[in-house]
Design a protein around this ligand. Structure first.
Ligand code: CMC
Length: 388
């Protein structure tokens, strides 16, 4: 193949240089811009983390206030987007709707493709982060035949999103601060994860110098796939199927016999406890304090306990990943399973955009254009259709 290397799925190819997210899968380390995920989840907020990912450093108070103000005052979307949502069938999947509305955003900003102008570029970065929760909530409400709720700029980022989903009366929506904080932590944990499938999609599509809305829509599309954004839904279905604590040992035996996989366990990169899973487990307990516990949580805890002591899982380095507990929290928050990938896409937007910015500023980057190893026929003679 000459100088070419065959690397299907690019498992051994570094597609870029990046200073955004660091992962050490053997040690179970995840850092954004050098800051350990544990500290960010405990001490920071999603909006501050979004600033960190995009600007490369933590903001001072003035910078954070300004950033928060900018995001908060860009949460509204053009009224025509409501009409656009109306065009979807009553049972449209919210992720399919989000994919379409994100792409459609580009049509509302004629300067969206002027990505060489730093000020214009930045305005679209702010808009994308600000408007994703609004578009996501519209998709949710549409699927339920409920009127859309406009953003409430008095609320913080997760609180406003909860309000746009769940507000039922004319009264001001007041989120439970513990629920709001749990959602903010989930947003922090999902904000970036270096060159995963959707981020690679954003970079590849963005490398054609298309506008950032279209590039992010590509990320949403990639995240829609069950192997990427859909594992937490599979965990929930699995826990429901197991049903009771007594069924756990038999289920684990089935997994060991190769009948099925223990969903929410194992990871391509982490060969140790996924650091995000630890934080989510704790957040799970906080949420259940508010909402009342779920029997599924007991099943999950028991599954984890058995698996972590079992030779099958230990020898294969299979540990809980981010999805093992996140579905349980989402369900406790009242989210239907079809919203799970949407809840992933909202915070991942800041990571996608940070990666997109890094790519557009990187002089070494060219249009993404992998090569191939051709395996088809050659120099055939065209046969008239009657002779075939
Ligand atoms: N349950 C039981 N056995 C497993 C599991 C599991 N969840 N995951 C891997 N194994 C076994 C697998 O059968 C194989 O065993 P053997 O060597 O005997 O054939 C060995 O462990 C290695 O597995 P692999 O399939 O080569 O590992 P991979 O790196 O290709 O797959 C994975 C990673 C995440 C796709 C896989 O672990 C899996 O399917 N997990 C369940 C689905 C899941 O939770 N996905 C969410 C991933 S995290 C979300 C994100 O960050 O985007």
């Amino acid at each position: 193949f000459g100088m070419m290397t065959y690397d299907p799925a690019f498992m051994n190819t570094a597609s870029c240089r990046s200073s955004i997210t660091y992962i050490d899968g053997d040690k179970g380390i995840l850092e954004y811009r050098g800051y350990p995920i544990e500290q960010l989840a405990e001490k920071s907020t999603y909006l501050e983390v979004a600033y960190l990912l995009i600007h490369g450093e933590l903001p001072n108070q003035k910078q954070l206030d300004e950033w928060t103000y900018q995001i908060t005052t860009h949460t509204f979307v053009h009224e025509n987007l409501k009409q656009f949502c109306e065009g979807f069938r009553y049972d449209a999947h919210p992720m399919g709707m989000l994919l379409a509305t994100t792409g459609a955003l580009s049509t509302f900003y004629p300067d969206a493709n002027k990505i060489d102008d730093p000020e214009i570029r930045y305005s679209h970065v702010v808009r994308l982060i600000a408007k994703m929760p609004t578009l996501a909530a519209f998709a949710y409400r549409h699927a339920r035949g409920m009127p859309y709720v406009y953003p409430d700029n008095d609320l913080n980022y997760p609180g406003n999103f909860l309000g746009m989903l769940f507000k039922m009366t004319e009264l001001k929506y007041q989120p439970d601060p513990r629920i709001e904080r749990a959602l903010d932590i989930l947003f922090i944990l999902h904000a970036d994860h270096e060159q995963n499938c959707s981020t690679s999609a954003v970079r590849a599509v963005g490398s054609s110098q298309v506008d950032p809305y279209s590039a992010v829509a590509a990320g949403v599309a990639a995240l829609y796939g069950p192997l990427h954004g859909g594992a937490n839904e599979a965990v929930l279905r699995m826990l429901r199927r197991i049903g009771t604590l007594e069924n756990v040992p038999a289920f684990v035996e089935g997994v060991k016999n190769g009948n099925e996989r223990l969903m929410g366990f194992g990871h391509r990169v982490y060969k140790n406890y996924d650091p995000r899973a630890k934080i989510i487990k704790k957040a799970c307990e906080d949420v259940f304090e508010v909402t009342g516990t779920s029997p599924l949580l007991d099943i999950a805890v028991e599954l984890e306990k058995i698996a972590l002591e079992d030779e099958y899982f230990v020898s294969r380095k299979l540990y809980p990943n981010v999805d093992f507990y996140s579905g349980l929290i989402y369900e406790a928050l009242g989210m239907p399973v079809d919203m799970f990938p949407v809840l992933f896409a909202i915070p991942r937007t800041s990571g996608w955009i940070a990666q997109w910015l890094e790519m557009t500023q990187d002089k070494e980057q060219k249009i993404a254009r992998p090569r191939q190893i051709y395996t088809g026929g050659r120099t055939l003679d065209y046969v008239p259709i009657g002779d075939r």
